[in-house]
Design a protein. Sequence first.
Length: 213
Amino acid sequence: MLVVGLGRFGAATAGQLDRLGREVLAVDADATLVQKWSERITHAVQADARNIEALRQVGAQDFAIAVVAVGSSIEASVLITANLVDLKVPQIWAKAISQSHGKILARIGANHVIYPEAEAGERVAHLVSGRMLDFIEFDDGFALVKMFPPKPIRGIPLSDSLVRKKYGVTVVGVKAPGKDFTYAEGDTVVSNHDLIIVSGTSANIEKFAALQS
């Protein structure tokens, strides 16, 4: 796995991949950043990825997946992505700081465009309402949420509360205090102290969570 750029996003990505046991090569033009992260990431090298020959020298063409984590300079981001496309890296994930930046990255060949600031902002907006404890949204508007159970579904079997029919969401799992999460069944009874995992569209989950009050 190749990660280009050791700013906050790139370093976090490379560090997590390293902890997951993936072979990671992190590249940055800034020697100070490379030195800083070399002790935490298996392989970190200084190279200017805007130069395709520099990428060739570090073996970028041998990687199946590359993450372009450069965001401060749109020009550098685009150049690096174009270089990786020219080197025929099969899967390129590129960070974008705006929709227009993302469109350019996609047009020149990035397989996946990431908007970390926007995605983080959306997630925080859901969480600060206090109704949800964790929120993950996928590309098609489908979400998976950890939350407290709204009043209408407490104390009765899930099959009787008609969650899916009434609210368009599915209770996937339930966690009682001090116990592990278990898959929810029709005869599962959710108590006031439980946590639940709910799946569905973001809009339906928002309405479902609003039943709390």
